[in-house]
Design a protein around this ligand. Sequence first.
Ligand SMILES: [Zn+2]
Length: 123
Amino acid sequence: MLRPEDLERFRARLLDERMKILKDMEKLVRDSNELGKDGTMDIGDEASDLSNRQLLLSLNEADRKKLMEIDEALERIEEGTYGICEECGEPISIKRLEVKPTAIYCVECKSRLEKFEKREMAI
Ligand SMILES: [Zn+2]
């Protein structure tokens, strides 16, 4: 099991990454507001009236996915299930979590799932 101080460290890292992505999102929206005027980016007609949904749509797929993973990881920290493989229920090695704090599968399960089928969520 992860020690409380490890959990705290991962939580801080996740929140930090989350913040970075949100900042990128803001920048993206600002940039696209400017681009939007000549129709370069298709994110809605009224640049000044960007709803949350449009904001999310304007995010690129990778960022959106990452944000979702981070939110899920933070939820798991709250629930006390963080660092436990969703497939086999064994602890995920701390080394793996250091590399990928949003990991939900241990190394063994991940490679098995990847072989089995290219599942999008099998990270
Ligand atoms: Zn596993």
